[in-house]
Design a protein around this ligand. Structure first.
Ligand code: ST9
Ligand code: ZN
Ligand code: ZN
Length: 358
């Protein structure tokens, strides 16, 4: 882990880039970057959330058991489809489109993403994106809602079980979120969230399996609703916890976010978190556009083909290379045999068994 310095009391220091306007060096960085650390703090617990999340996790474990030993196969498949739809509502919607403006979308796609996002119930997209912008610009300081220097548990779920640090709110108020507030689809979602969210996240996925293929109420509730919702929450939270902890730092070793392939697969391509914190405006949230590891990129590329997604932002190979060379930890492009940075001597030293002469 990179050495951390203590930020001064009551000072909210910028510790990351949020968009291209923040950039101060040719390779996309800041000239001086505050290092974050959690100051000692008395947490004000929110018991309502503690109780509801405890129920959700017990219900989800029961749901997992029912999925294998009681539910119809159609219910399990339905839960996976709902998982993917809600996942895209977070990754392609709240994250890449709304929080980062990494591409633009015509209204039909924005409407689809708003509905998918509501299935995910991670609070309305305006609030999600506001908190996420704060996370990038004040990353791993007390102003970061899920400051990972406060520990794995806090960055995973703990931050939702207590009141926010005042710095989070103060930092958020400095950010411009007028683009989000001026989007009529997002304003509609925020206004009617307490009606829309229960319908899309809880009622529909419970009622549909019962009426469409005769599932029991219990199986529908615990498998398609509780397990599916709890699982996607934990996958999302892993981006804040595991992907700020375990993995390589090919682009910037001075920050904690890492490249974590396990998270990338479950989070539909959102595990390349070292890259993402260095270049947050890239619509792929990764250097490589491998669709198997990054389903969200495939989704956006599909909609770009039919013209509903456009102005896709990315980063030139040259800038990525410059940045990886200046601040990376040397693990860049170490994917396997024959990588670009493997020289002839290294290649020849590797024993190859059952080699065919070409
Ligand atoms: C959930 C969210 O789980 C998960 C987000 C994860 C983010 C992940 C990012 C990773 C990268 C992307 C990868 C995606 C991968 C996805 C993979 C999928 C396959 N700026 O919040 P309140 C002000 S949600 C400015 O109540 P408290 C504002 O006036 C789960 N101002 O603070 C606000 O009023 P309003 C379901 C701000 O009282 C007021 O303060 N949801 C800011 O401290 C009060 O705000 C829940 O469980 C700001 N940043 O309470 C609910 N923030 O909002 C959980 C606040 O109306 N939340 N203000 O404008 C809560 O219960 C509460 O927020 C709390 C804090 C107890 C945590
Ligand atoms: Zn992060
Ligand atoms: Zn982000």
């Amino acid at each position: 882990m990179a050495p951390r310095e203590i930020v001064k009391q009551n000072e909210i220091s910028v510790s990351g880039v949020l968009n291209e306007n923040d950039v101060e060096t040719v390779d996309g960085g800041l000239k001086t970057q505050a290092k974050g650390i959690a100051k000692r703090r008395h947490l004000k617990l929110v018991w309502r959330n503690i109780i509801l999340f405890a129920y959700l996790h017990f219900a989800a474990v029961y749901g997992l058991w029912l999925m294998f030993f009681s539910a119809k196969w159609a219910t399990g498949i339905f839960a996976m489809v709902f998982y993917s739809m809600s996942g895209l509502g977070i990754t392609a919607g709240a994250h890449r489109l709304w929080a980062h403006k990494a591409y633009k979308a015509k209204w039909p796609l924005r409407l689809i993403l708003m509905i998918f996002n509501t299935i995910a119930f991670q609070d309305c997209a305006i609030h999600w994106s506001r908190d996420h912008r704060v996370h990038h610009k004040y990353s791993e300081t007390d102003a970061d809602p899920h400051n990972a220097t406060r520990g794995f548990f806090f960055s995973h779920i703990g931050w939702l079980l207590c009141r926010k640090h005042p710095d989070v709110i103060a930092a958020g108020k400095k950010l411009d979120i007028s683009d989000l507030e001026n989007d009529p689809i997002l304003a509609f979602q925020r206004k009617y969230y307490l009606i829309l969210m229960p319908i899309f996240c809880f009622i529909l996925p419970t009622v549909m399996p019962v009426y469409l293929w005769g599932e029991t109420w219990g199986n529908a509730w615990f498998v398609a609703t509780m397990f599916r919702y709890c699982f996607i929450l934990n996958v999302t939270w892993c981006v804040n916890s595991a992907a700020h902890k375990w993995g390589d730092k090919p682009y910037d070793q001075n920050i904690n976010p890492v490249e974590n392939m396990g998270v990338a697969i479950f989070a539909l391509g959102e595990g390349f978190h070292n890259y993402h914190h260095v270049f947050p405006w890239d619509y792929k949230t990764a250097e490589l556009g491998n669709y198997r590891m990054n389903f969200t990129t495939a989704f956006i590329d599909f909609f770009a083909k039919i013209g509903w997604a456009y102005d896709l932002k990315t980063v030139s190979k040259d800038i990525i290379k410059k940045r990886a060379e200046r601040t990376g930890d040397g693990s860049h492009l170490l994917w396997g045999y024959g990588d670009t940075d493997q020289n002839q001597d290294e290649k020849e030293m590797i024993p190859i068994i059952n080699k065919k002469d070409d």
